[in-house]
Design a binder for this molecule. Structure first.
Ligand code: GLV
Ligand code: MN
Length: 272
């Protein structure tokens, strides 16, 4: 009897073991990997000033306009290091510390983790009746490498935060005051929307076109929270009708199935 019990144990434990190993493998691969890049490149620069672009994943970037081919080149591994030591070996590092530099960490203070830039409402006195104040890593450098950002959206009655998308983040819209119609369109072309009241939240999946609109007769305010320090934004109308250089009228007219005159009118509104 005893031996039967002992024999049945390995067969019931095997699937559990396989599952445990698989879960551990996933956990290890996701926890040790560096995060995905959020911009084409970020050539690290030591002692970067305010003119530097935001850093990712953790070092200030050289301004893109000053990046040259040599920044992508490293000759530090061309020669052998000395093995004339008691271990008889040498490892020469080719990580970001060697290629091309480390910023100082000793100057970080509490204020680097504080941001008051969203405390006041932005002006909604514009054709859209809306204001979006960004709290991303460009405005709030303390967010660097943390994978979060926050905006403040104010809408006058009838105001709209026009159709746009964020290529790098999902967005939570949390209504603080007033009413807000929030909507997005899925890749299947389905429109999802909700009118939010105070304290209510709606989530917009990453990359999908969305907007906020104030259907009420008092001002509305929301805080929007992103799972990226730099979500990026593509605002539909200026991206299409205000691109520089122009998208040809013929392309836009055919795409939207309208006359070129309508495209010219739209371009006159969105061209800078
Ligand atoms: C709102 O949609 C925002 O991007 O802040
Ligand atoms: Mn948005």
């Amino acid at each position: 009897m005893e031996s039967t019990g002992a024999m049945s144990r390995p067969s019931s434990a095997a699937p559990l073991l396989v599952l445990t190993v698989a879960v551990l493998a996933v956990l290890v691969s996701t926890s040790v990997a560096d995060p995905e890049p959020i911009q084409d490149f970020c050539v690290a620069v030591p002692h970067a000033g305010a003119e530097a672009s935001p850093a990712y994943p953790g070092f200030p970037c050289k301004p893109a306009s000053t990046v040259v081919s040599d920044d992508f080149f490293f000759a530090g591994l061309a020669g052998a290091g000395s093995t004339d030591n008691r271990f008889g070996f040498n490892v020469t590092a080719g990580n970001v510390e060697a290629f091309p530099g480390l910023p100082p960490a000793s100057t970080v203070v509490s204020d680097d983790f504080f941001f008051a830039g969203l405390a006041g409402a932005g002006s909604t006195d514009n054709p859209f009746g809306s204001s979006v104040k960004p709290g991303n890593v460009e405005a709030f450098p303390g967010l660097n490498t943390l994978g979060v950002a926050i905006n403040r959206v104010d809408l006058a009655p009838g105001g709209v935060n026009p159709l746009h998308s964020h290529p790098r983040a999902a967005e939570l819209v949390h209504a603080i005051t007033g009413q807000m119609l929030v909507g997005f369109v899925s890749t299947a072309g389905k429109y999802y929307s909700k009118v939010l009241g105070e304290g209510e939240t709606f989530v917009i999946p990453r990359g999908l076109m969305h907007f906020q609109y104030n259907p009420g007769n008092v001002s509305a305010r929301a805080m929007t929270v992103f799972n990226s320090q730099l979500p990026g934004v593509v605002v539909a109308a200026p991206a299409l009708f205000g691109a520089d250089p122009d998208i040809p009228d013929a392309v836009l007219a055919k795409s939207f199935q309208v006359d070129a005159e309508i495209i010219k009118l739209l371009k006159s509104k969105f061209k800078k």
